[in-house]
Design a binder for this molecule. Structure first.
Ligand SMILES: [Zn+2]
Length: 417
């Protein structure tokens, strides 16, 4: 076998030892060797292909169970411990997980490229193989499992159809849509443009599981009348967000007219105030703050104070301006200290405005160059939550994210959207 086909070059194959018929065979990146000769392929999901010699001449795919007594022990192509077959035999058939199609073979959930995604048993229990954190088996529960539809047969050969739906969600929606609808209690009371706006504010947080963790830890969001003319408020005691109906209208209109940033004239002309027109994400940001570890909150505070010092060096607005927001001259807009004027008011508003800006690609890209340190913290919130979230939230988010990767919600290009 000197000329390898391109398929064989790119296989997701494990490395280790295959025991069969009293022999120990070496497996190297999926290639099975016997006395120096390649005699077949083994994939991470336990399929064999192109076998010959003592494994029998068999060009087609067949599961490792087809060879009685055959066991593989080693690591998968990602370097994680792997035993094939492992444990009791499970069902076989097709599995849709949050609408993403997988194949189940004897209880192993396999992707089309032969990645071993996880396990599925005769009771419908799903476990995910978490490649990112190198955890071989994350058992899902009602908080972390996404809608699951199986059609096939149980390990005993009995035909079996199984469906599991997340509690309190709309069946026709995918995970992130239903999570945003569940978070925003008055979803049915807002118009189409506002729904679009809501989804643009929260999509990133929903798809990466942070919205669910925040909702369960802090609370949800509803429309109401907020006093003092603020756009929204986050209850200190309840953790719930109330968004002012009129302000939501105004913010939605600004957003679709001007984009996520707007520099608006104040009555202290020629000074301007930069606004971030993402009120839903802003209020969500206040809830997210309470999910940060103490150490991370302290880091955000330090960053805020550094920004205040930068801000104090900018040309000052007139003496009769008594507000706390950062007002800037037209030519200083790009060199402003804070992402928005309002962010200067307190460390809480700074964080909420940065969360808001991070929520949309356009303002996120600006934040990356404007305030790279807070940008890095926000990257960690999503991609390395174990570094920045409260310890009690870490395991739930890591399990949920493993599930969201399999469900196609959390993927490599999520920040390009
Ligand atoms: Zn606020």
């Amino acid at each position: 076998m000197s000329a390898k086909t391109s398929v064989e070059k790119n296989i997701r194959g494990p490395s280790g030892f295959l025991e069969f018929g009293g022999q120990i065979l070496v497996v190297d990146f999926g290639r099975i060797y016997h006395e120096g000769a390649a005699i077949g392929l083994l994939f991470d999901d336990g399929y064999l292909q192109h076998t010959s010699g003592l494994l029998g001449n068999h060009p087609k795919l067949r599961p490792i169970e087809a060879l009685e007594g055959c066991v593989f022990r080693g690591i998968d192509s990602g370097g994680m411990e792997l035993v094939l077959p492992e444990g009791e035999r499970g069902p076989s058939g097709s599995l849709k997980f949050n609408g993403v199609l997988y194949h189940v073979i004897n209880g192993r959930i396999a992707a089309p490229d032969h990645t071993l995604v996880g396990e599925f048993d005769d009771q419908g229990q799903v476990s995910i193989r978490d490649q990112r954190n190198k955890v071989p088996r994350r058992k899902l529960d009602e908080n972390s499992q996404l809608s699951t539809v199986f059609d096939g047969k149980k390990s005993n050969g009995e035909a079996w159809k199984h469906e599991w739906v997340r509690p309190l969600v709309r069946r026709d929606k995918n995970y992130s849509d239903s999570e945003m609808i569940r978070y925003f209690m008055d979803y049915d009371k807002i118009n189409g443009t506002q729904k679009k706006y809501l989804f643009e504010n929260l999509r990133l947080w929903a798809s990466t599981g942070l919205l669910q963790v925040v909702r369960r830890s802090e609370g949800n969001c509803a429309l109401g009348n907020v006093k003092h003319g603020a756009a929204g408020q986050t209850g200190v005691r309840t953790g719930n967000v109330t968004l002012d109906r009129e302000e939501l209208d105004r913010d939605t209109e600004y957003y679709y007219k001007h984009g996520c940033f707007a520099a608006v004239y104040t009555r202290f002309k020629p000074f301007l105030e930069v606004r971030v027109n993402l009120v839903v994400a802003h209020e969500y940001g206040h809830q997210l703050e309470f999910c940060l570890s103490q150490a991370c909150q302290e880091r955000v505070k330090d960053l805020y104070h550094q920004r205040r010092q930068l801000s104090d060096k900018l040309p000052r607005p007139p003496e009769d301006y008594t507000g706390e927001a950062e007002l800037v001259l037209q030519e200083m807009v790009a060199k402003r200290a804070f992402i928005s004027g309002y962010a200067r008011c307190s460390f809480h508003e700074y964080w909420a405005e940065c969360v808001a800006a991070f929520s949309i690609k356009e303002s996120r890209d600006f934040l990356q160059t404007h305030d790279p340190q807070v940008y890095e913290i926000l990257m960690d919130v999503i991609f390395a939550p174990e570094k920045v979230l409260r310890p009690v939230l870490v395991e739930p988010i890591l399990t949920l994210q493993a599930s969201l990767r399999v469900g196609g919600e959390m993927h490599d290009k999520i920040l390009d959207e």
